[in-house]
Design a protein around this ligand. Structure first.
Ligand code: THU
Length: 132
């Protein structure tokens, strides 16, 4: 991923964040997942009055991509409501690792510089298919 490609993906994650449905936590999150097909699959968190029914932005993007027929990814950008770039939760790292063992992850706040990391760095010993 070039710097320009990362910048472009962050723009899409920030736009997706605007569509978050988070009336309970008020913590809006957006994700933009770049498929090998060149399509950017956007996701946002969608909360529920039964709190456990909430789905995070990253999983929304993964589910959207897989349901559209894309299972291989080049990178994901995530924008949270934190003032500094924050990492994805453990559930989302696990779900992303199902489809990409070392996906580049671009973390961003609503404004300012982004930070590049990866699944391997954030979830070094993921539970995967071959462990079953
Ligand atoms: N959330 C995400 O969308 N992604 C994460 O990786 C962490 C948390 C959402 C879930 C919930 O709607 C809100 O942020 C507060 O936890």
């Amino acid at each position: 991923m070039t710097r320009a490609e990362c910048d472009a993906l962050v723009v899409r994650a920030r736009a997706a964040r605007q569509r978050a449905y988070a009336p309970y936590s008020k913590y809006l999150v957006g994700a933009a997942l770049l498929g090998v097909d060149g399509v950017i699959y956007e996701g946002c968190n969608v909360e529920n009055a039964s709190y456990g029914g909430t789905i995070c932005a990253e999983r929304t993007a993964v589910v959207r991509a897989v349901a559209s027929g894309c299972r291989e990814f080049r990178a994901i950008a995530i924008t949270t409501s934190s003032p500094k770039p924050a990492p994805p939760c453990g559930f989302c790292l696990q779900v992303m690792s199902e489809f990409a063992s070392d996906l580049p992850i671009i973390l961003s706040a609503p404004k300012g510089a982004w930070k590049l990391t990866s699944i391997r760095k954030l979830l070094p010993m993921a539970f995967v298919k071959k462990d079953l």
